[in-house]
Design a protein around this ligand. Structure first.
Ligand code: 0RA
Length: 646
């Protein structure tokens, strides 16, 4: 393409084509969720990712090494890069400047660049035109061919055609946009959300400098992400608080049949597996064919190395996948030209050809790495063999427990007040903190479909325990038997006895801690339950505000003051009575039913595995030996603390 700076497009570009253009962007405004997932916080942040993705593509094509993202005081965003600049000359067939096409035509990206790894099935890759359509105001500035070009839009409509506004020393693209309040129900950007994603992108694309600046603070804060070591640095960072079993991560990357595979692995002395998979920079929370291929090759290779070193000779068993992955942190990033995303959240890779490609690459390169680094190989095998021994011991212990109780599945915990209906889809179980709240819940419930399991005190910290110890804990065992679907390798979703498992804890620090312990347990031992959307958190009220016979339940401070005011100004006699619930146990059965358990009036929050990286980090920080993160957690939950201390 020849570059002719800033042509005034005249009338030619605005014929029939511009009508289709407007229709396209109108469709985006009518159904924004289809393009960016939601119009809440996630969708708002998605706008930034969408623009940054384009700059990353330019970097991956080898033309850009710096991306700057700025959150302005008015919550508008600037994304700028030092790439080639979006083309400004007229597109040969469309009759519009390239930059105008990119910003006004859906999926225009592919029209320029067929060689990069663009994403088609997921939410990413819908194009900057979507950002334009959903912005109250957008300005794009392109430095190219010695000139600075600019164009402006309002809600996707061109307000200033492409114009040369000055000279330019280098090249690059700058997009400034302000999300449209008519579309989004929140406009406030989160530093943490943006910095987490930008850090992740910098790890996944080693060598690119990404700078995030927040101008909303008194003194603007900025963070620079640059990881020349890519995935190796990613895994090193993820395991920074762990006791690693080998000094540096195992790393390999290779390309086969147009699929790039990049992988880094580190084993530590803990018991959990932390595997994070990405396809074209997108976190594939739900896994998919790349993960399947990786897992089977890992199990095979580890067994092969073990066999070669005679490590299994006297054991008389082979290493399972779980054994090989105990204490392993893995980041696997594959690049696929035409990814098919499936699953509930469209984060599961479906391309069947990828499984064999990843398997072949991991078999070959992991095997080779371990041959060349025998000390690392020995450390990993030793870990896997000890995991296998523990698994054998746990199996024997389980068999013993089964024999003792005589029945494998029928003995439900004595504390469980089960429901009478049998269809799991209709049934729910409340896991309730404390015997006294458990008692109220048992009396208040609808016994046809609601089961109650009271839990006494703190449950075991499963983050720091191996499976045999976890299964030895009584509270944990009663949860497992009540739910009925087993754990880990024995887990069967179809055998869940309830499709709603509702955690009901006090609204104080202890309650928050117990809830986190329970979530850790489900996350580590039965993540499928979370993925299936079966886990919920009950929302008990914090206050009861009453005057005479009129009463309201307040779930937060705003509601409390609103209700108090309404009652104070109301006509009834007497004074306003405010009762603060310190714990669930203070509600009588009828109140507990009305406020927290009646499906017609209650709110329950469904727990999702939104971002496994973040979830795991939180669990890790909360549950680890380190005191500081736990203190920070309690501080972050200060709203509970203040309720406690009043
Ligand atoms: C297509 C072609 C060319 C550049 C770009 C797209 C491009 C797009 C974006 C979006 C944000 N930053 C960007 N940087 C570049 C250049 C084609 C050429 O110069 O031959």
């Amino acid at each position: 393409m020849a570059d002719t700076p800033a042509p005034a497009t005249g009338s030619t570009g605005y014929g029939a084509d511009s009508i289709t253009v407007l229709k396209g962007l109108e469709a985006v405004r009518k159904r924004p969720g289809m393009y960016i997932g939601s119009t809440g916080e996630n969708g708002l942040h998605h706008l930034v990712y969408e623009v940054v993705d384009n700059s990353i593509d330019e970097a991956l094509a080898g033309h850009c090494d710096r991306i700057e993202v700025t959150i302005h005081r008015d919550n508008s965003i600037t994304v700028s890069d030092n790439g080639r600049g979006i083309p400004v000359d007229l597109h040969p067939t469309e009759g519009l400047p390239g930059v105008e096409l990119a910003l006004t035509v859906l999926h225009a990206g592919g029209k320029f660049d067929k060689n990069s790894y663009k994403v088609s099935g997921g939410l990413h890759g819908v194009g900057v035109s979507v950002v334009n359509a959903l912005s109250e105001q957008l300005t794009v500035t392109v430095d190219r061919a010695g000139a600075r070009h600019q164009m402006t839009f309002v809600r996707g409509h061109t307000t200033q055609k492409l114009t040369v506004i000055g000279i330019a020393a280098g090249t690059g693209t700058t997009v400034h946009f302000k999300p449209d309040p008519e579309i989004f129900n929140t406009l406030e950007y989160s530093w943490t959300t943006l910095s987490d994603r930008l850090r992740q992108l910098a790890f996944l694309n080693g060598g690119i400098t990404i700078v995030l600046t927040d101008e909303r603070e008194e003194t603007p804060k900025a963070e620079t992400f640059l990881y020349k070591g890519g995935l190796v640095e990613f895994v090193t960072w993820l395991t920074r608080t762990k006791r690693n079993l080998h000094p540096k991560p195992v790393h390999f990357s290779a390309t086969r049949d147009d699929v790039d595979v990049d992988c880094a692995l580190q084993w530590e002395d803990g018991y959990n597996e932390n595997t994070f998979t990405f396809v074209n920079n997108i976190n594939t929370h739900e896994g998919g064919t790349h993960l399947t291929g990786f897992r089977s090759a890992l199990t095979r290779t580890i067994n092969e190395v073990a066999k070669k070193s005679n490590a299994l000779k006297k054991e008389g068993f082979t290493l399972s996948g779980d054994d090989a992955r105990e204490g392993m942190t893995c980041v696997l990033h594959v690049k696929v030209r035409e990814p098919q995303f499936e699953g509930q959240t469209k984060t599961k890779l479906g391309n069947s050809e990828v499984e064999g490609i990843v398997r072949a690459i991991v078999n070959e390169h992991l095997g080779q790495f371990l041959d060349e680094n025998p000390a690392v190989g020995r450390a990993i095998i030793e870990k896997a063999v000890s995991a296998a021994r523990a698994r054998e011991a746990a199996r024997k212990a389980r068999d013993l427990v089964r024999k003792k109780t005589g029945l494998e599945n029928a003995v439900l915990p004595g504390k469980l007040a089960d429901c009478s209906l049998e269809d799991p889809a209709l049934c729910e179980i409340y896991l309730v903190e404390g015997d006294s709240a458990g008692g109220s819940a048992k009396m208040g419930r609808n016994r046809s479909f609601q089961a109650i399991l009271p839990l006494r005190g703190k449950i075991l910290n499963v983050e720091r325990a191996r499976i045999d110890k976890i299964l030895g804990n009584e509270e944990i065992r009663s949860i497992i038997t009540a739910i009925g679907c087993g754990v880990r390798e024995d887990f069967k979703l179809a055998e869940a006895r309830y499709h709603k498992i509702i955690l009901m804890t006090d609204a104080d620090v202890d309650g928050a801690h117990i809830r986190t312990l329970l979530l850790t347990f489900f996350f580590r031992q039965m993540p499928e339950l979370i993925e299936a959307g079966y886990i919920y958190i009950a929302q008990p009220p914090l206050y009861r505000v009453a005057k005479g016979k009129e009463e309201y339940y307040a779930y937060n401070e705003e509601e409390r003051s609103a209700f108090s005011k309404r009652l104070a100004e109301g006509s009834g006699k007497g004074s306003v009575n405010l009762q603060r619930y310190k714990g669930l146990g203070e509600m009588n059965p009828d109140q507990l039913w009305k406020t927290t358990m009646d499906p017609d009036t209650r709110t329950v929050m469904r727990v999702t595995l939104q971002d496994a990286v973040e979830a795991s980090k939180l669990f890790d920080e909360l549950m680890g030996d380190n005191v500081e993160p736990r203190r920070q957690f309690i501080e972050a939950n200060a709203k509970y603390v203040s309720v406690l201390d009043v």
